[in-house]
Write a protein that binds this ligand. Structure first.
Ligand SMILES: NC(=O)c1ccc[n+]([C@@H]2O[C@H](COP(=O)([O-])OP(=O)(O)OC[C@H]3O[C@@H](n4cnc5c(N)ncnc54)[C@H](O)[C@@H]3O)[C@@H](O)[C@H]2O)c1
Length: 277
C-alpha cells in the first residue's frame, strides 16, 4: 500500500474528460498510484484508446463515451464502472469546453452549451456518482476549476461564470456531504501546456512572455495537476474540505509584481522580471 493512496489503493476513480490533456494525465497518475480508473470522454475514441493503453499495460481501466451533462449516459457509465471495479471512491470533474466570444456577441446557444458541459456536467456527475459514495459512507471529489473562476477571463464566452459556479458547487458539496464521509475540493490550474495548446507553446516568444508572468518561471503540465489530485484524494488531506487549491506557479497572486516599474536603461520592467536570477 503506497503512502499517497493509503486505504484508497485499488479503489475506483472516475475521471471525466480524460481522453486527452490534463484529464488523461490525471488518469495515468491515478493508475500509477494503484487506482482502478474509469476514463470518460465525449470523444469516445480517445476515452477507449486511453483506457486500452492502461489495460494493455496490465492496469485496471475502463473507457466510455460520456457527455457529462447527460444523466442517462452518466448513470450507465457509472453502473458499468461499478460492475467492473466496485463502488467509486474518487470522482474528478475535469471535462470542460471553451468558446472565444465577446460578452456583447455571446450567443445564447454558446452560453447554454458551455454552462451545460462546464457547470451542469460536474453537478450531474457529482449527484449520480456521489449517491454511491454517500451509500458507502466514504469518498472524495476533486473539481478542476480554473484561475478563470476567480478572475474575469476576457473573450472566453461563459467560461468564467461556469468555473465560478464550479467553485460554488465545490463549497456546497463540501458543506452538505462533509459530515457523511465525503470531502470535496477544487483545483484552479494556471497556464498548463497540453497537446491541445501545442500551437501556443511551440511559439518560443509567446511561451517566454507567458513564463515571465509566472513567479516559478515555467508553464505547468498535466502532471502538476495530477499530483495535486493525488494529494487531495489521499488520507493525508483528510481534514481538507471545501478548499480551492491554485496550482498555477503563483501567477494569481503576482499582479502587484507585474506592474511596470522604471528600468535602469530608461525603459520599464516588471518587479517580477527584475527579481529573476
Ligand atoms: N489547460 C489549461 O491551461 C487549463 C487552465 C485552467 C483550467 N483548465 C481546466 O482543466 C480541465 C482540462 O483542460 P484541458 O486543457 O486538458 O482541456 P482539453 O480540451 O484538452 O480536454 C478536455 C476534454 O474534455 C472532453 N469533453 C468536452 N466536453 C465534454 C462533455 N460534455 N462530456 C465529456 N467530456 C467532454 C473533451 O473531449 C476533451 O477530451 C478543464 O476543466 C479546463 O477548464 C485547463
Amino acid at each position: 500500500m503506497s503512502d499517497e493512496t493509503s486505504n484508497t489503493e485499488g479503489q475506483l476513480a472516475i475521471v471525466t474528460g480524460a481522453g486527452r490533456g490534463i484529464g488523461a494525465a490525471i488518469a495515468q497518475r491515478l493508475s500509477d498510484a494503484g487506482y482502478a480508473v474509469a476514463i470518460w470522454d465525449y470523444d469516445g475514441e480517445t476515452a477507449t484508446a486511453t483506457a486500452k493503453a492502461l489495460s494493455d499495460a496490465g492496469r485496471r481501466a475502463i473507457g466510455a463515451r460520456v457527455d457529462v451533462s447527460d444523466e442517462s449516459m452518466v448513470e450507465a457509465a457509472t453502473q458499468a464502472a461499478e460492475a467492473a471495479f466496485g463502488a467509486p471512491y474518487l470522482l474528478v470533474n475535469n471535462a470542460a469546453t471553451r468558446h472565444n466570444e465577446r460578452l456583447e456577441d455571446l450567443k445564447r446557444e454558446s452560453w447554454d452549451r458551455e454552462i451545460a458541459t462546464n457547470l451542469t456536467g460536474p453537478f450531474v456527475c457529482t449527484q449520480i456518482v456521489g449517491r454511491r459514495m454517500l451509500a458507502a459512507g466514504t469518498g472524495a471529489i476533486v473539481n478542476i476549476a480554473s484561475m478563470a473562476g476567480s478572475n474575469g477571463q476576457a473573450v472566453r464566452g461563459a467560461y468564467t461564470p461556469a468555473k465560478a459556479g464550479v467553485l460554488g458547487l465545490t463549497y456546497l458539496t463540501a458543506v452538505e456531504w462533509g459530515g457523511r464521509g465525503i470531502r470535496c475540493n477544487a483545483i484552479s490550474p494556471g497556464m498548463i501546456s497540453t497537446p491541445a495548446h501545442a500551437a501556443t507553446y511551440s511559439d518560443e516568444n509567446l511561451k517566454k512572455a507567458r513564463e515571465a508572468m509566472v513567479p516559478t518561471g515555467r508553464i505547468g503540465n498535466g502532471k502538476d495537476i495530477a499530483d495535486a489530485v493525488i494529494f487531495l484524494a489521499s488520507d493525508g488531506a483528510g481534514y481538507i474540505n471545501g478548499a480551492n487549491l491554485p496550482v498555477d506557479g503563483g501567477i494569481t497572486k503576482s499582479i502587484l509584481a507585474l506592474m511596470p516599474v522604471p528600468a535602469s536603461d530608461g525603459g520599464f520592467e516588471t518587479m517580477l522580471g527584475r527579481l529573476r536570477p
